[in-house]
Design a protein around this ligand. Sequence first.
Ligand code: HEC
Length: 223
Amino acid sequence: MGIYSKPLVFAVLSAVVILVGTVVTVFIPMLMPSMHPVSDYVKPYTAVELEGRDIYIREGCNSCHTQTVRPLRTEVLRYGEYSKPEEFAYDRPFLWGSRRTGPDLNRLGGKYPDSWHYKHMESPQSMFEKSNMPPYGWMAEKRLDTRYSVKKIAVLGYGYTEDEVAAQIADYKARVTDPSYSSKAARDAVTPEALRGELTEMDAIIAYMQKLGRDVKNLEAAK
Ligand code: HEC
């Protein structure tokens, strides 16, 4: 008979076995460096891209869009190179998503010029008649709030100094407000006059859209 006639001992011993198994197969690997790949080619978000990412989360864009291309032929043909673990090193939380009402966005950066995004965010239906993506034109009417950028970056451990954060914000502002900015006409068309010299939430979300998958594309281009 042995252990089978002692239900309590059996239950305790099986709990111990399952616990040991869980620690060995789940928790120990979680602490191993190979589970946290760091690659030089993956760059952390700049302050403006990070603000854009926060707006993306706030608006729940991830409930309609995934950010992970699976290693399946159909997906690679449609979106490009499949997603690698190290690409998400700076993503907290992950925005892989599980539902694709809209297309995957993990390889979006550089696919369209900024002007396309200004028009699409203002009115997705103007680009794709049957799109069921809601319009987000009002984002261009909201000044970007960067009061917490330094704090957020410190919490995430991206390692920029306060001055670097200020410089990133100033640089991006200079870029989009420059009279020779290549998407100036599209930006002006959606941005109220009073905000054309400022950074808006729309500018930040577009900065973030252009960053998605950019590191991988840069790496491939450099090969
Ligand atoms: C109700 C679901 C829904 C939500 C919410 C949504 N989208 Fe979309 N999105 C779509 C659909 C459907 C498409 C495909 C048609 C189109 O381009 O409009 C799309 C397309 C896109 C594209 C073009 C992708 C490509 O490769 O052509 C971008 C960029 C995009 N969405 C960004 C966003 C952002 C940013 C947000 C949040 C502010 C958002 N979407 C919220 C449904 C959604």
